[in-house]
Design a protein around this ligand. Structure first.
Ligand code: OGA
Ligand code: MN
Length: 207
């Protein structure tokens, strides 16, 4: 299996971001890698390794299931072959974004996320008030055969006032500009798995 993202796919993401501020690629990674990542997310959950996600940053972090109800675990390099392959793909995307859009993206931070049935994440922006380094959000979905009636859409609020709902279907990568794109996760009738992350630009941030 090749571990290199096809170049036209990366170019599509760069073009979409420049033109619309977001991009959806339904087949970003191989089915094998997608299945391995889904299995790893479920295994981590079964081991009790996922924790209720915080909102806010630093000393103001709190858990509030009325705002977001997912459970997460941050990815680190060297934890598994599948995670390392995924991070290598995202690094190619990072370089393509830097070449095409001069974003100066320095790294990608990401976590597994599991939304139990009924969990949601209210409308928000991914950029923290006190740290503006998060520049591009990238969410990779791990759910086989997601049906429209099952909920769990990622709802994007576009600049023209319209909304766009994205199904969290296995293999899809959703990319958007973190500062410009309010979004929310709608509740689902089944468990919803993803790898959610952010490309951060160089610099000290704001705080
Ligand atoms: C987030 C988020 C979207 C998703 O974690 O900030 O918006 O579809 N996740 O899981
Ligand atoms: Mn978000």
């Amino acid at each position: 299996m090749t571990n290199t993202a096809p170049l036209p796919l990366l170019a599509n993401i760069v073009d979409d971001l420049a033109e619309h501020g977001w991009s959806l690629q339904p087949l970003f990674a191989s089915q094998t890698l997608t299945l391995e990542l889904a299995e790893e997310c479920r295994a981590r959950a079964a081991q009790g390794a996922l924790s209720p996600a915080n909102i806010g940053r630093g000393s103001t972090q709190t858990v509030n299931e009325g705002i977001r109800g997912d459970r997460i675990q941050w990815l680190e390099r060297g934890q598994s072959a599948a995670c390392d392959r995924y991070l290598a793909l995202l690094d190619e995307l990072r370089l393509a974004l830097n070449r095409g859009l001069y974003l100066g993206l320095e790294d990608y931070e990401s976590h597994f996320a599991l939304y139990p049935p009924g969990a949601f994440y209210q409308k928000h922006l991914d950029r923290f008030r006190d740290d503006d380094r998060r520049t591009v959000s990238a969410v990779f979905y791990l759910n086989q055969d997601w049906q429209p009636g099952q909920g769990g859409e990622l709802r994007l609020y576009l600049a023209d006032g319209s909304t766009r709902d994205v199904l969290p279907e296995a293999g899809s990568l959703l990319v958007f500009l973190s500062a410009d794109m309010p979004h929310e996760v709608l509740p689902a009738s089944r468990e919803r798995l993803s790898l959610t992350g952010w490309f951060r630009r160089r610099g000290p941030g704001l705080s």
